[in-house]
Ligand binder design. Structure first.
Ligand SMILES: Nc1ncnc2c1ncn2[C@@H]1O[C@H](COP(=O)(O)OP(=O)(O)OP(=O)(O)O)[C@@H](O)[C@H]1O
Ligand SMILES: [Mg+2]
Length: 264
């Protein structure tokens, strides 16, 4: 038998079909399509899933509450998104005591330990900011083109770094540390601009995670959300790791962690 988890996010719907006992993911799918029934039908059809073998369908994410159709005669369940994020991250990391940062359209920080799950807060700086700020600043139209442009960007044309203001070491900061995102006003092209936006967003989220853990007994953060699948996530968060006592983990299927939490 199978369990299906559906995460209806602000921007993207994610669906997984997993083996009931092991919760191993058999099929996964992510779409910007807004019609949830249509997306589920397509998922079931394309993967040749026998609906008699579906034990449960659990919905989560911001759009879950608006969907109450009875489909395939299977009782739909709705599960709180923050609980799904925390339980999904706990399941994949095999750790009870974790901080999870969900980098979706916006960003949420969730602290879980053995006893409880707490939404610590969040920031409106997230994937939506990344995509739309890049589109507003340049002529780029798609997320894929943003990534292509960013490959050729140079942060030295936009960000003010320690090496720009002094030759001396300041505290524990290395010479490449950002002093001010977008701190330079000289010439910069679209490639530089999109890279600087992406860098500012991940630096902000990374530093917020580090501050959250300053007085905590854990120093690892599990990252989730579609944006974590881009290579720049790891690259930029590595710079935050160099300055703070923190480690960012991007698990396998990081964009489906909330779906995994839904079927637990
Ligand atoms: N092909 C892609 N690969 C990686 N990231 C993408 C891709 N397309 C869009 N994104 C980014 O992913 C973000 C959406 O991430 P995610 O699916 O985790 O959010 P969501 O679940 O829809 O939103 P929220 O959790 O805030 O309700 C977009 O804002 C965009 O920045
Ligand atoms: Mg989400």
């Amino acid at each position: 038998m199978y369990k299906i988890g559906v995460d209806i996010g602000t921007s993207i719907t994610k669906i997984i079909c997993a083996e009931k006992e092991s919760l191993n993911i058999i099929y996964k799918f992510s779409t910007k399509e807004k019609d949830i029934k249509k997306s589920l039908d397509r998922f079931i059809l394309e993967n040749n899933i026998n609906t008699d073998e579906i034990e449960s369908i659990t919905l989560t994410g911001v759009g879950a509450a608006n969907f109450n159709e009875n489909i395939y005669n299977i009782q739909l369940q709705i599960k709180d998104e923050f609980i799904c994020v925390a339980e999904g991250a706990s399941f994949v990391s095999k750790e009870d005591n974790i901080l999870v940062v969900s980098i979706g359209t916006g960003t949420a920080f969730i602290r879980k330990n053995k006893e409880n799950i707490k939404h610590m807060g969040g920031t409106g700086v997230g994937g939506g900011t990344l995509e739309n700020l890049c589109k507003r600043l340049t002529n780029v139209n798609s997320f894929e083109d943003i990534l292509k442009l960013a490959e050729k960007g140079n942060l030295n044309n936009i960000d003010l770094k320690v090496k720009d203001i002094t030759e001396n070491q300041i505290s524990n900061l290395n010479l490449d540390t950002t002093v001010c995102n977008f701190g330079k006003n000289g010439k910069a092209n679209d490639e530089d601009l999109v890279l600087a936006v992406i860098n500012m967003i991940f630096e902000t989220i990374g530093v917020m995670s580090a501050f959250l853990l300053k007085n905590d007994n854990i120093h690892e953060v599990i990252t989730t959300g579609t944006l974590t699948t881009i290579p720049l996530t790891k690259e930029i968060l590595k710079h935050v790791e160099e300055l703070h006592d923190i480690k960012f983990i991007i698990p396998e299927n990081s964009e489906y962690i909330t779906c995994i939490g839904a079927i637990i």
